[in-house]
Design a protein around this ligand. Structure first.
Ligand code: NAP
Length: 250
């Protein structure tokens, strides 16, 4: 199915690698202007340069999404330049795994700030112009860990479950203004985040036992679902969580 975007501008966080990079490339290939955000200027810069070299429209912006004031500054600059960002994909995320009794408060706070609180701040700044324009798309990249829970990931599961609550509440708040808010929950996708499991034969065999499709997902699988939710074609879809996980959480 070809998707319709009508000259939109998107901001994708965590666009320097993995899933965010695939989302940025997918949207750019459909003529969406993409602002690629990541922590390091090198990673988002390389992705934006590659998109531009391939004929797309992209620019890079290094922003630490765990820093509320950095988001405020970035959003102010972006809105001064573009007036409004049409599509927001909150994808930046980290893990700091460990069983609860060994989990430090720093590991708890860092994971909550990067995965969850960042969504609150980006949305607060970028959604107002969307609501005024009566068009907007927000997609939050959560995780099956936020749906099923996962031993050793109390911080991450709590953050990802929080993103689901945020998605559903904001879908209700913004529905009257034609701004949709949805979440995508990946299962095990081959990226830097999962490399230590995917590249370990024993660990990967164990994981694939609970994946009905018996393989790891690709970043492009998440990008395809996300692009659909950002398109005109998804105009009657809001407040939903779409698992893309090879059947793991059914
Ligand atoms: P990844 O390969 O580790 O890439 C993470 C991206 O997020 C990087 O571009 C990184 O920036 C950026 N990032 C991390 N902390 C940041 C911060 N404080 N400020 C700005 N950017 C920051 O991860 P991934 O696997 O693509 O995961 C993307 C999203 O999908 C995450 O939210 C993750 O929780 C979720 N997810 C992934 C899987 C999976 O199996 N991979 C499964 C479920 C959910 P730099 O490039 O500058 O380091």
């Amino acid at each position: 199915m070809s998707l319709t975007f009508n000259n939109r501008t998107a901001l994708v966080t965590g666009a320097g690698r993995g899933i965010g990079k695939a989302i940025a490339e997918n949207l750019a290939s459909q003529d969406v202007r993409v602002i690629c955000v990541s922590k390091s200027a090198d990673s988002c810069g390389a992705v934006a340069n590659a998109i531009t070299a391939a004929g797309g429209k992209a620019q890079a912006m290094a922003v630490d999404v765990a820093d509320a004031s950095a988001i405020a500054k970035a959003a102010e600059a972006l809105l001064a330049e573009f007036t409004k960002i049409d599509i927001l994909v909150n994808n930046a995320g980290i893990t700091r795994d460990g069983l609860l009794f060994r989990m430090s408060e720093t590991d708890w706070n860092d994971v909550l700030a990067t995965n969850l609180t960042s969504c609150f701040h980006w949305t607060k700044y970028l959604a107002r112009p969307m609501t005024r324009a009566r068009w907007g798309r927000i997609v939050n990249i959560t995780s099956v860990s936020g749906i099923m829970g996962n031993a050793g990931q109390a911080n991450y599961s709590a953050a990802k479950a929080g993103m689901i609550g945020l998605t559903k509440s904001l879908a209700r708040e913004f529905a009257g203004r034609n701004v949709t808010v949805n979440a995508v929950a990946p299962g095990f996708i081959k990226t830097d985040m999962t490399a230590e499991f995917v590249n370990n034969p024993e660990a990967s065999t164990k994981i694939l036992e609970v994946v009905p499709l018996k393989r790891f997902g690709e970043a492009a699988d998440i990008a395809n679902m996300t692009a659909y939710l950002c398109s005109e074609e998804a105009n009657y879809v809001t407040g939903q969580v779409f698992t893309v996980d090879g059947g793991m959480a059914m």
